[in-house]
Design a protein around this ligand. Structure first.
Ligand SMILES: [Zn+2]
Length: 371
């Protein structure tokens, strides 16, 4: 993987760049939509292509449990399975294991857990999650890490760093022996402890990963603590590698991340909120179920060029959401992902033009409330 920084803001750590691998290019900062089960909920693969997303995320934990390795291997991976030709990043499954499975237990060489679907017993090791991602056929793999809760005490944070770093080293060693053409990103941890955060980032950056992720943020902690960690880490990022802020991707959080040097984001909220009738516009958020939209013949966003805004009124979309029609989900999701694509392009342009601070203030103000 080649990462090339193209512009560096003089006012902050914001930068633009180009990620290239396997003949495909991705401009950064980039937002990656989440396709947990090898589908972006309610959208077809043609929709994803039409929207112009050539880097999406899928979840290792979910795909390992269902459809499972046998099916993934049979169909030569998740991309082939869903007919998607762009790039795919997969997480390691660690976070889902901690948050979804009914039981998990650390062992020296990995984690034991029970499936949230049928209660069956499984074990993930640093090596096994790379093997699974190889079966998924994704282009960017994440290593297994230990994401300590944001309110962890010093002992738990030490334990998380020791495990995360040991597993990161093991992952790099194992990856070198594998016959695969994918790239591996390391993950730094450290909870809300600023000193631990810096130690972890520097350790992960000392290993030959293709990219460096910041994990364990936006996991329920107060926003000011989350932003404090981003600010603290900003001067220590490696300029030569892409930086990925895992599980983060709302408008205000992207602004904060970019300001502090982050290049890659992913988040379920733009798609999940769309399914709950919340859409994004250039004037802020809009709730499609609201009574005031009952007779509105306007599009969601008058400046949006998406097919939903071209063809449907807010009044009609409100009716679809109120009647719980399936079409409401796909149309709203399509618009929100189109908006996120436009938003990231406007953001990159603001950096290139040296106007990121103006852009930051304008959008922070439009999207004041969380999520
Ligand atoms: Zn639209």
């Amino acid at each position: 993987m080649i990462f090339k920084e193209t512009h560096q803001s003089s006012e902050s750590y914001a930068r633009t760049g180009i990620l290239s691998t396997k003949g495909k290019e991705v401009e950064t900062p980039v937002f990656m939509p989440v396709g947990t089960q090898a589908t972006i909920k309610s959208l077809s693969t043609e929709d994803i292509n039409e929207l112009g997303y050539n880097l999406i995320l899928a979840n290792t934990y979910h795909l390992y449990l269902r459809p499972g390795i046998e099916v993934l291997d049979h169909f030569s991976g998740a991309k082939n399975f869903m007919g998607y030709e762009g790039l795919m990043l997969t997480d390691s499954g660690g976070y889902q294991m901690f948050s979804l499975s009914s039981l998990f237990k650390f062992e020296q060489d990995g984690v034991k857990f029970q499936s949230h679907i049928d209660g069956s017993h499984h074990k993930f090791t640093p090596e096994k999650v790379l093997d699974i991602q190889n079966s998924i056929g994704s282009d960017i793999w994440m290593v297994l890490d230990d994401c300590a809760p944001f309110d962890s005490d010093a002992k738990r944070i030490r334990e998380s760093l020791e495990r995360t770093h040991r597993w990161a080293k093991q992952s790099i060693e194992y990856r070198e022996k594998m016959n695969a053409d994918s790239h591996v990103f390391g993950i730094s941890q450290g909870s809300m402890d600023l000193a631990a955060r810096k130690i972890s980032l520097e350790y992960i950056q000392s290993l030959p990963f293709s990219g460096i992720a910041v994990g364990g943020l936006s996991v329920g902690e107060p926003r000011n603590l989350f932003y404090q960690v981003l600010e603290h880490l900003a001067p220590f990022h490696d300029p030569k590698r892409p930086r990925y802020l895992m599980g983060v991707g709302t408008v205000p959080d992207i602004l904060e991340g970019v300001k502090n040097g982050i290049d890659m984001f992913d988040c379920v909220l733009p798609t999940r909120n769309a399914r709950n009738a919340q859409v994004f516009t250039r004037k802020g958020r809009l709730n499609l179920r609201n009574e005031i939209h009952k007779l509105s013949d306007k599009p969601i966003d008058e400046e949006c060029n998406c097919k939903v805004c071209k063809n449907y009124s807010v009044g009609y979309l409100r009716h679809l959401h109120k009647s719980k029609e399936i079409l409401a989900l796909s149309l709203s999701t399509y618009h929100n992902l189109h908006f996120m694509k436009d938003f990231m392009e406007m953001l990159r342009n603001s950096i290139k033009l040296g106007e990121f601070n103006v852009f930051y203030n304008k959008w922070k103000n439009l999207y004041k409330t969380l999520n």
